[in-house]
Write a new protein. Structure first.
Length: 134
């Protein structure tokens, strides 16, 4: 019984270490993008984003629990005419890859065609405020 418990604990520990490692990698990749010019973005949505000097690009996946709370708010902002682009990363993986998105939700802020912020996880209140939502 002790051997089984040790194996289970070892597997759980390995999973935790892997999860933390992936978070670190995702955050480092995101940090490298900040301050850089917006790269070439594929597809029609990419063209729309590039045509907007400032934008909030929100990446989500349908299976992401955290995304389910944020996605309707983002889509509502876009419907109000704000420069907000909700991108389903499962439907547009090339666009997600162009912006180094490794996790959802991820929000990329663009000002004057430069990436000024990359936020992994919940959207901060100050980001909502900058795009007309308080």
């Amino acid at each position: 019984m002790d051997t089984f418990r040790n194996v289970v604990l070892g597997l759980v520990g390995a999973f935790v270490v892997l999860s933390i490692g992936l978070q670190v990698v995702a955050r480092r990749r995101a940090a490298r993008l900040e301050g850089q010019p917006l790269p070439a973005l594929p597809g029609a949505k990419g063209e729309s984003i590039l045509a907007s000097p400032s934008a909030l690009i929100y990446f989500f996946t349908p299976t992401c629990a955290a995304c389910r709370a944020v996605t309707p708010r983002m889509k509502a902002l876009a419907a109000k005419g704000q420069p907000v682009f909700a991108v389903d990363a499962t439907q547009d993986p090339e666009l997600a890859q162009a912006l180094s998105v490794m996790a959802t939700p991820t929000t990329v802020e663009v000002q004057a065609h430069r990436v000024v912020g990359v936020h992994i996880g919940p959207v901060a209140p100050e980001v909502w405020a900058r795009f007309g939502e308080g």
